[in-house]
Design a protein around this ligand. Structure first.
Ligand code: OXT
Ligand code: ADP
Ligand code: MG
Length: 581
């Protein structure tokens, strides 16, 4: 009997071979455009899409929560200069991924949130479909562009449009709505294949005008106290050699924003990172390269920037960024690589650096700050304070300059940023423009997958809690990620007390003596519990050496932090309320 049943899988009828469907065309379209990694949480209607992707050789990484898959995709976009892809199920999964899409857009990272959705005809009549939601309408205001593909023959063009929108001009997040019925629509295979689009030159160079280049140099020549500020747009542009050459040829001191640290090594003689307040206040001319004058730079005005008039030069791909907060005397609109190369060509030979008095002033301030920091870093206090613990991790990062540092928290973030020198470009990943808690595990996973380098995460205990369940994901894929939790039993501090007569603890306080390392042990990774800088060193060195998933629960003095870290000034002050401490 068995012999007479035709094996349709092994020998499909000829007609079946000539037909393809939405599932396979989406995969073909992504692969044609060099996309090979997907960050997702499976479920209706995209479970089979993930399976087919895996079968076709794409890397499909499954997370425990879509927000973390989204943060992974966003940072993959930053690291690779091509869109990171997050794939989610409809309504709740989509909404979970949306925070990350908005974060990608805010940070100018290219990302595509590809989400399954319910059937249009039911959703539009609000008839109560499974996970019904008008996702396209909800996504639109939160991303750079949002598209829906309804017909199988539009998959090629729809994906091409999403890719180009994500990476061209100022990069950002793109939403792509995939109704369930699209996936099973069929089409003649040859016709389907012919409908695919390979995006040619998705992020074309944008050259600055020669007049704008001359204007910049004319302003710069007159500067007595010039400063370059490098932002994460400069790190994203991957114009590393040109930027270094420009900084060195100009002789101008530079200040790296957080994720631009390492573009030039932090110990570079022209770095003004350790003289930040001084250079912002005293400079007379500022060249912004891929950095916005937003809250992180006090909007270019006020006390931080001192009294004198400043001349601002800004290099950015987004023309609308110019004059957003203060007048820009010399705007240079274009991609950073092209702009910096144009400046280098025009500068010619024999460019004079800034007056030595300016350089000497910065060097002196830097020396004072570095010396006072070095003293604090050498402490061996138990319980550890931030300096004692970060002094150890600073040395470990300098021994592993290619390791990727992921960092979030408040005090944990702010101290780590100024204490830990970065040595190579795009090795420091953090909370970005919004100061988001929860980027940690998603960024760590993507960093390990995309670069194959070791990853060291330095996490506040609160920050870790936002994405901690992804420790299972890290163990499942056996990634070289070492997580260090700065455990001070709370948000900012563990010492707050609720002085009212109810029984709840203060709003910022967690369980004391929490054993976070056991979360890692639960999934087969290595856990450490450390209380001194020496123990911390030993544990992290061992973990980095092993390249296995590890979590170090580092007990930090509960009283060592301050409210909101270095941005406590942003907390509104109550006129009538009283605080418990
Ligand atoms: O020049 P001066 O003299 O001023 O000195 C500066 C430098 O020159 C010097 N420096 C150095 N000295 C010596 N040597 C070296 N190498 C060196 N390098 C620098 O050091 C100082 C400081 O330098 P820095 O850091 O460059 O300068 P500064 O003035 O700090 O820079 C200003 C900023 C604004 C650029 C900078 O502060 C910055 O980038 N800040 C980012 C802040 C941020 O984004 N914070 C995160 C958000 S805080 C808060 O909102 C939190 N929440 C709420 C929440 C959030 N965020 N998200 C979500 C989804 N939900 C809720 C929560 C829940 S934080 C938080 C959890 C916190 O608790 P944790 O347990 O996680 O963490 P702990 O606090 O540790 O408990
Ligand atoms: P930071 O927070 O480090 O100061 P921002 O996120 O504020 O950096 O600024 C990044 C800027 O870089 C954005 O204004 C963005 O338009 C710009 N940008 C991103 N990529 C490029 C590029 N390739 N060329 C020019 N500008 C870019
Ligand atoms: Mg904490």
């Amino acid at each position: 009997m068995e012999d007479v049943i035709p094996n349709t899988m092994a020998n499909p009828p000829e007609s079946a071979e000539k037909v393809t469907d939405g599932f396979h065309l989406i995969i073909d379209a992504l692969m044609l455009n060099g996309i090979n990694t997907i960050y997702n949480v499976p479920g209706i209607p995209i479970t089979d899409l993930g399976r087919f992707m895996q079968a076709k050789g794409l890397r499909v990484l499954s997370f425990r929560h879509e927000q973390n898959a989204g943060y992974a995709a966003a940072i993959a976009g930053f690291l690779n200069k091509k869109p990171g892809i997050c794939m989610t199920v409809s309504a709740p999964g989509f909404l979970n991924g949306l925070t990350a899409l908005a974060h990608a857009t805010t940070n100018c990272f290219p990302m595509i949130l590809l989400s399954g959705s319910s059937e249009r005809e039911i959703v539009d009549l609000m008839q109560g479909d499974y996970e019904e939601m008008d996702q396209l309408a909800i996504a639109k205001p939160l991303c750079k562009a949002a598209y829906r593909i309804l017909q199988v023959e539009d998959i090629g063009i729809g994906i091409a449009r999403a890719i180009r929108a994500a990476v061209s001009g100022r990069p950002g997040g793109v939403y792509l709505d995939i109704p369930a019925s699209l996936l099973s629509q069929s089409i003649d295979a040859a016709k389907g294949n012919a409908s695919l689009v390979k995006v040619i030159d998705p992020a074309p160079d944008q050259l600055p005008s020669p007049e704008a280049v001359s204007r910049v140099l004319n302003v710069l020549k007159k500067a007595e106290r010039p400063l370059i500020i490098l932002g994460k747009g400069a790190a994203y542009s991957q114009a590393d050699d040109d930027i270094k050459e420009f900084v060195e040829k100009s002789g101008i001191p530079y200040l790296p924003m957080s994720m631009a640290k390492g573009l030039l090594p932090d110990n570079h003689p022209q770095s003004a990172g350790a003289a930040r307040s001084l250079v912002l206040k005293e400079s007379d001319t500022v060249v912004l390269i891929g950095a916005r004058l937003n809250w992180l730079l006090s909007h270019g005005k006020g006390k931080t920037w001192g009294k004198g008039t400043k001349s601002f030069i800004q290099i950015d791909i987004e023309a609308r960024e110019m004059d957003s907060n203060v007048a820009i005397l010399a705007p240079l609109v274009g991609d950073i690589g092209s702009c910096v190369r144009a400046l280098l060509r025009e500068m010619g030979k024999g460019w004079n650096g800034p007056p030595s008095a300016w350089r000497d002033l910065i060097i002196a301030k830097r020396k004072t700050n570095e010396e006072s920091m070095a003293l604090k870093l050498r402490n061996n206090h138990i319980p550890m304070d931030y300096h004692g613990a970060l002094g150890v991790l600073k040395n470990i990062i300098s021994q592993h300059p290619d390791a990727i540092l992921v960092n979030e928290g408040a005090n944990t973030l702010d101290f780590a940023r100024s204490i830990i020198d970065m040595h190579r470009p795009r090795k420091r990943l953090d909370v970005g423009t919004w100061g988001v808690m929860g980027i940690g595990m998603g960024q760590a996973i993507a960093a390990a997958i995309e670069t194959e380098n070791s990853v060291l995460c330095i996490e506040g205990d609160s920050a870790f809690g936002f994405s901690g369940m992804e420790v299972e994901t890290i163990c499942r894929y056996n990634l070289p990620v070492c997580i260090v939790i700065f455990n001070n039993s709370g948000i900012y501090k563990g010492t707050d007390v609720n002085t009212s007569n109810n029984f709840d603890v203060a709003t910022t306080v967690f369980v004391k003596g929490a054993r976070y390392e056991k979360i890692m042990e639960a999934f087969g990774g290595i856990g450490y519990h450390v209380t001194s800088p020496d123990e911390l060193r030993q544990a992290v060195e061992e973990a980095m050496e092993s390249k296995k998933p590890a979590l170090v629960n580092a007990v930090i003095d509960e009283a060592a932090g301050t409210e909101s870290g270095r941005i406590g000034n942003l907390n509104p002050q109550s006129i009538t309320g009283t605080r418990s401490n």
